[in-house]
Each structure stands twice: as structure tokens, then as C-alpha cells.
Design a protein around this ligand. Structure first.
Ligand code: SOE
Length: 398
């Protein structure tokens, strides 16, 4: 396959690296996208790579891949692979993504883009060079593709809430609130880069910037680790697992609280924690503008709340919009109005948009440059926390 041609004979051969939670979500998306959307290239799930031969073969079978390999480098030499999908922990993103781009493969890479700004810069530079040859890269901030979030973006873009004054963005989970929850890789700084901050805080940073169309110009914040030692896992499931013998250190933050200033002059407040008992996967975004407000919670993900300050005072109030009309983004390809979408659909929409962009030779969004911008915010929050909450400016060159 030549680099100018993203697919052969109307197909896009995909090779995926990693097959755990994110790998399963991405596999579902590659399988499902061509069944519900009319795509200019048909994704072919050629090969999945992982270190354990038996486990990766079983995953290939379960998730619908044609073959498996224990070396991700095999993907780079295969002519029937046009895109490499990176679903590994953050410590391997840079190496795999850069090698794939250099080999002429398009890349989809899980978030956060990398474990450090240095790595993210190298990835963004590799993506720029590759783009000159028609080889394209995208980072997977999937929540952008929730229809209610797309509608929120449109309302802000159309000026329906006026100038953005406040952003309140929270990502709340509780899978680590139990101190006996085992030591998953997401608690190891060398593998994950950071804790709640990078794993889930990255999502709300991206959402805040995406929905407002603005960028953070500076931040300050606090990080905290509540449980410093956890049982080593006997087995790991999607996020939790079963505690085994012995304990090991938690080397990342358990929670992050930070605030920032937006390029349009608004103020933003962020919280990311995996210690919010009862909040399983709650992503809350509230934006107050000069002419209205919008509010979203992923735990009710098919709904967007919209307040229009121009409404008659007698009847003014938040409008509960069920974002399932065929006129809403993506929804017309799924179920009749009111039947609703779930977590997995945003991954499918990600694949759909990526394939459309590849076929058109267009840069997909979010790009590696967007991923780098989020990485700079993560880094600034860490630096601020290390300096007892000092303000950190985020000028483009920092
Ligand atoms: C774990 O907190 C996690 O799986 C994140 O890594 C994902 O990005 C998010 O979609 C769900 O939660």
C-alpha cells in the first residue's frame, strides 16, 4: 500500500496494539462502524499485537481480528495494514506511534497522547512530517463524539450562550475509592505518566477546550494521593480486579483539582478523581456564557441541558434536550429517537470520522498537536502542584 493511498481497493487494513479495555472498545468500533455508517473505505481488522502469544490469540478470536502477533513491529512491515491503532499504556505510545508514522502507516493513538511533553512533542513533530506525505494521525479523545457534546459545541459556536464566562468540568469515578482495590498499571507513574490527572483529567481538559473553542492560557492546581500502598493484583479486570499477595506503591496522583483561565477571558474549574464513591463515570461539564448556559453529565449522556437567558422570565429554565433526533450528529445512523446511545458509540463515531478524513486526505481532529496541547496543560498542573499551587502560564512555547 502506498502512503498516498490510505486503503487498497476501498479497504483500510487496521493493525491494533493492545487488547485490554481500550483495545476491546476500539475493536468494537472497527467492527461496528461499517455496519451502521456508509464509509468510503471498509475497515479490515487484520492483526492485533500483544506480548503474550496465547492471550493475544484468544483476544483476536474474541474481538474479531483476523490474526495476532507478539511483535507490534510486524504491523509496520505488513502491506495489508494501512493504519496502526495504539491501545497500550502511555509509556509505549511515542515509540509505537512514531515508528508507525515513519513506516507510512496512519495512526490512531489512545489518550493521553504520551507520558510527558517531550514525548508528545516528538509525536506531534513526527505527525507533521508524516502529514507532508499524506500519512495522518489522530489522538483518541472519544467523548468529543458524544452527540450531546457535539450539540454543546455547536450551540457555543453559534453564539447561543454568548461569551464564555465559566467552565466547570469534572471527571468523577470511584474504582479506587476502596483502599483494597489492587495496584493496576494506571497507578504506576512509569507506565501511566500520571494518575487521575492524565487518565481522566485529560478528557475534561480536551472537552473544555473543544466545546468552548478556546484554549487554556494558564493553570494552577493541587494533586493528592490518598492511598500510597495497595495490594498487588491476583488478577486484573477492566479497571479493578482481585487483590493478591503483598503490596506495592502507588506512584501517581489519586485526585487532581485545578483552575485555569481561558483564551476568551473566562474562568475554568476542573476536578478529576477516582475516589468519588457513587460516581462511576460521571463527566460533568457546565458552561455559563453571557447569554445562557449548557450542562452535561455523561451519566445521562443522551441529554444536554440548555438555558437561554433571552427566554421569558416566567417560563425560563434549563431545557432538557434529548439528543437522539436524526438531525443530531451521528444519531440518525442508529436507533429511532429516544432509544439512546452508550459509551461504545463514541468510539464508533471516532472511527467513522477518522475513516472519512483519511479517505478525503484531510487532517483528522483531534490531531497530535491537539494532544500535545492537552499534555502541556497536564504538565503545567503537575508543575503547579509541585510548587504549592503556583500559577503556570501556558504560552504556546512552554
Ligand atoms: C479509566 O479511568 C478509563 O478507562 C479511562 O482510561 C478512559 O479513557 C475512560 O474513557 C474511562 O475510564
Amino acid at each position: 500500500m502506498s502512503v498516498e493511498d490510505p486503503g487498497t481497493d476501498g479497504e483500510l487494513g487496521v493493525g491494533m496494539v493492545g487488547y485490554a479495555f481500550m483495545g476491546a472498545a476500539h475493536s468494537h468500533a472497527w467492527r461496528t462502524a461499517p455496519k451502521f455508517f456508509d464509509l468510503p473505505l471498509t475497515p479490515r481488522m487484520r492483526v492485533v499485537a500483544g506480548r503474550d502469544a496465547a492471550a493475544v490469540a484468544a483476544a483476536a478470536d474474541r474481538l474479531g481480528w483476523e490474526s495476532s502477533t507478539t511483535s507490534w513491529r510486524d504491523l509496520l512491515t505488513r502491506d495489508d495494514v494501512g493504519l496502526v491503532d495504539v491501545c497500550t499504556p502511555g509509556d509505549t505510545h511515542a515509540e509505537i506511534a512514531i515508528a508507525a508514522l515513519e513506516a507510512g502507516k496512519h495512526v490512531l493513538c489512545e489518550k493521553p497522547l504520551a507520558n510527558s511533553v517531550v514525548e508528545a512533542e516528538a509525536m506531534a513533530a513526527a505527525a507533521d512530517t508524516a502529514a507532508e506525505r499524506g500519512v495522518l494521525a489522530m489522538v483518541g479523545f472519544t467523548y468529543r463524539r458524544v452527540p450531546a457534546i457535539q450539540l454543546a459545541r455547536r450551540l457555543v459556536e453559534e453564539g447561543r450562550i454568548g461569551q464564555v464566562r465559566h467552565v466547570r468540568a469534572q471527571y468523577l469515578q470511584d474504582w479506587l475509592a476502596d483502599p483494597q482495590a489492587p495496584l493496576a498499571w494506571r497507578l504506576d507513574k512509569t507506565r501511566a505518566g500520571s494518575g487521575a490527572l492524565g487518565d481522566i483529567g485529560a478528557h475534561v481538559i480536551d472537552l473544555a477546550q473543544f466545546v468552548t473553542g478556546e484554549s487554556l492560557t494558564g493553570v494552577n492546581g493541587m494533586l493528592e494521593t490518598f492511598v500510597h500502598e495497595r495490594p498487588r493484583p491476583a488478577s486484573l479486570s477492566t479497571l479493578g480486579g482481585v487483590a493478591g499477595e503483598g503490596t506495592g506503591p502507588v506512584t501517581v496522583d489519586d485526585a487532581a483539582v485545578f483552575m485555569g483561565r481561558l483564551s476568551g477571558g473566562g474562568l475554568a474549574l476542573f476536578e478529576a478523581t477516582r475516589f468519588a464513591w457513587g460516581r462511576r463515570n460521571s463527566i460533568r461539564l457546565e458552561i455559563n456564557g453571557s447569554a445562557g448556559s449548557i450542562a452535561f453529565d455523561f451519566e445521562d449522556m443522551n441529554v444536554l441541558h440548555y438555558y437561554d437567558a433571552a427566554d421569558d422570565a416566567q417560563t425560563a429554565g434549563f431545557r432538557r434536550i434529548v439528543v437522539t433526533d436524526p438531525s443530531h450528529p451521528y444519531t440518525g445512523n442508529w436507533w429511532p429517537p429516544g432509544h439512546g446511545l452508550g459509551y461504545e458509540h463514541s468510539f464508533t463515531h471516532q472511527v467513522v470520522d477518522l475513516v472519512l478524513d483519511l479517505a478525503a486526505g484531510r487532517q483528522p481532529a483531534p490531531s497530535f498537536a491537539d494532544g500535545l496541547a492537552v499534555q502541556r496543560v497536564l504538565d503545567a498542573v503537575e508543575r503547579s502542584a509541585a510548587e504549592r499551587g503556583a500559577w503556570i502560564d501556558l504560552t504556546p512555547e512552554t
